[in-house]
Design a protein around this ligand. Structure first.
Ligand SMILES: Cc1cc2nc3c(=O)[nH]c(=O)nc-3n(C[C@H](O)[C@H](O)[C@H](O)COP(=O)(O)OP(=O)(O)OC[C@H]3O[C@@H](n4cnc5c(N)ncnc54)[C@H](O)[C@@H]3O)c2cc1C
Length: 575
């Protein structure tokens, strides 16, 4: 019988709430559900919320009785915030997190590079915001529990899974005994050590890296701004790297690399931790400042992915699908994009609006994203923890040169997590006018936010449907386009029309964005009435036209729901 840990986890700043387990004997719950999400980490929770917003009922099974132990992911990107805005928790993250945009790299005590994250008046969110993962999970759990379509079950551990043609059966262990649950689809969001992956005998592909890091969260009062600090080859840790990040509640994350021959047990010994953290605080000019440990762990980078995230009725997402180095804040941030890419497709498949083949495009896009990230993250990881003598020589040459040659500084700029552009997606409409645009988000790209007025941004106005941004100052959307929109709505496709550039209501449009300053038109490269962008429910562009006609709109929507075989081939090549 499953006995989850019932004592609150220890923390000096976060009060863990232990929830009551969901017991099968106390419920007469249905044993057949459309979707079961296994795992209530950030990715499972976001997927459940996004599914519920699309009107899909789901059960969330979580083996523990409380949120994540330790802060784990602490840096969330602008794109993650945009996704969290879609599922309704961005306001709480903004209210409680620490936004930032500068990073500093030091070599032997001297600052050699200052990175600036792009940010302008059209961005609602900063490039990065720091918040401990427990808080984020708490906000997501609150939103899930409040949603009538989500049945949240704490203390329910999946122990076995079998698949039929049109369903999967889960065996679930609880403090009250086991029960069976039949699901049309299972979202495997059960984390890096995914039991579901093991039960199915699936293997991750890729590499693990040698270097090991201690991750320590300490409470300390440091009069420093919220900026990322990276120290290469510091005096107290020669040849290695140290990173520091400010977190809310007076907490600082200190990550430091270990010598190759040191074991995790040696590294986590209290005297070892104390000596090193004291040395780091002294090095940054605060010797003897009092500090207190909250949580620590040892981490080594892995860059692994499943080759296919769709395995019959089981859909892998987040760390269960891939393990990515945390340098460049890729773990959770990548997972949010998985969740967003999966939920709308699964919702349309569950509702019978789109064929199951649509789910394969989820795998194509997100495996492609993971492979691209693995490639980029590998470069960062090799710079941070050189795997061979050759890499170390090269890295050290860059470090030494940077003291005297300013042109070397940007080589310190490891690429942080950025949203993947599905340039080769099978869902992109090849018959559009993408090539004619001089700017704006291209086919497959996520949208660019645009400030429309005081506290009013483009992404605030989007919901969970396909969105047609139709640029017009006329009184109505042409009837031929309205007919196409109506035809797809009748089929159950969620589709909204937003008229951009009109000053009065437009017949056939669900909303009007006046765009009085012309900023949206300028940033989206629109020069004439009748241009349009079609955004998928995950907000990525799948077609754009300088002049939209009904036939091309119909073709683009059809393709975004059921891509043709020819385009699937293109996508595979692109990934
Ligand atoms: C030490 C450390 C530091 C990190 N730092 C960063 C960082 O700075 N930035 C960053 O972006 N990422 C970081 N990460 C990675 C980040 O925490 C993960 O990428 C993120 O948590 C992945 O979310 P997930 O929902 O996929 O999986 P998880 O958060 O692992 O959630 C999986 C959930 O599934 C549950 N579960 C597992 N098995 C079962 C089962 N059989 N039945 C039911 N439930 C089950 C687990 O209890 C858990 O709640 C760090 C990770 C670690 C370990």
């Amino acid at each position: 019988m499953h006995q989850p840990h019932a004592e609150p986890r220890r923390s000096i700043y976060y009060r863990y709430q232990v929830f009551q387990p969901w017991l099968p004997s106390a419920h007469s719950a249905p044993e057949q559900v459309p979707v079961v999400v296994v795992g209530s980490g950030p990715v499972g929770l976001t997927t459940a919320l996004a599914l519920a917003q699309q009107g899909v009922q789901c059960v969330v099974l979580e083996s523990e009785l409380q949120v994540s132990e330790g802060s784990r992911a602490i840096v969330f990107t602008r794109r993650s915030m945009e996704i969290l805005q879609q599922v309704g928790v961005a306001d709480r993250v903004s209210a409680n997190g620490l936004p930032w945009r500068f990073g500093n790299s030091f070599y032997r005590g001297q600052r050699v590079f200052r990175m600036e994250g792009p940010h302008d008046a059209d961005d609602r969110f900063f490039p990065m915001i720091n918040l401990q993962q427990q808080y984020l999970e708490e906000y997501l759990v609150d939103a899930c529990v409040a949603h009538p379509l989500i049945d949240f079950r704490w203390g329910n551990r999946v122990t076995a899974l079998s698949q039929g043609v049109d369903h999967a059966t889960l065996e679930v262990d609880t403090p009250d005994g086991t029960y069976r649950l039949q699901a049309g689809w299972v979202v495997a969001a059960d984390g890096a050590r995914s039991g579901i992956r093991s039960m199915m005998g699936l293997k991750l592909e890729g590499a693990s890296y040698e270097g090991r890091f201690v991750i320590a969260d300490i409470r300390v009062d440091l009069p420093l701004p919220t900026e990322r600090l990276a120290f290469f080859d510091p005096e107290w840790n020669p040849g290695n790297t140290v990173l520091m990040h400010r977190e809310p509640h007076g907490i600082w994350r200190v990550d430091y690399q270990l010598p190759a021959d040191e074991t995790p047990e040696q590294a986590l010994a209290p005297e070892s931790l104390k000596a090193r953290i004291d040395a780091q605080l002294a090095m940054i000019g605060h010797p003897g400042v009092p500090w207190e440990m909250d949580w620590c762990s040892v981490y080594s980078a892995r860059a692994l992915t499943l080759p296919d995230y769709v395995q019959g009725r089981v859909l892998f997402t987040g760390d269960a699908a891939h393990m990515l180095p945390i340098f460049g804040v890729r773990g959770a941030n990548t997972g949010f994009q998985d969740a967003q890419a999966l939920a709308w497709r699964l919702a349309l498949v569950v509702k019978g609006v789109a064929p199951e083949a649509l789910l394969h495009t989820y795998s194509q896009e997100r495996v492609g994203a993971a492979r691209e990230i693995i490639d980029e993250a590998g470069k960062s990881t090799r710079f941070m923890t050189p795997p061979t003598r050759g890499f170390r020589l090269l890295r050290d040459a860059v470090l030494s040169l940077s003291l005297t040659e300013p042109f070397v500084g940007p080589l310190y700029h490891w690429r942080t997590s950025r949203p993947h552009e599905y340039t080769h997606s099978a869902l992109n409409s090849l018959g559009d006018d993408n090539a004619l645009f001089k700017c704006g988000p291209g086919r497959g790209a996520p949208p660019q936010n645009v400030c429309l007025g005081p506290d009013d941004y483009l992404l605030d106005r989007l919901d969970h449907a396909f969105q047609l941004l139709y640029f017009t100052d006329a009184a109505e959307v042409p009837s031929a386009l309205r007919q196409v929109v109506q035809d797809f709505r009748v089929r159950g496709v969620p589709l909204r029309v937003l008229a951009v550039g009109a000053s009065a209501p437009v017949a056939g449009a669900d909303d009007v964005l006046a765009d009085a300053r012309g900023q949206l038109r300028a940033r989206y490269g629109v020069t004439a009435r009748g241009a349009a962008y079609l955004l998928r429910p995950d907000q990525h562009v799948c077609a754009r036209w300088m002049s939209l006609d009904a036939e091309r709109l119909r073709a683009a929507l059809s393709n975004a729901l059921a891509p043709t075989a020819g385009q699937t081939t293109i996508s595979n090549q692109g990934a």
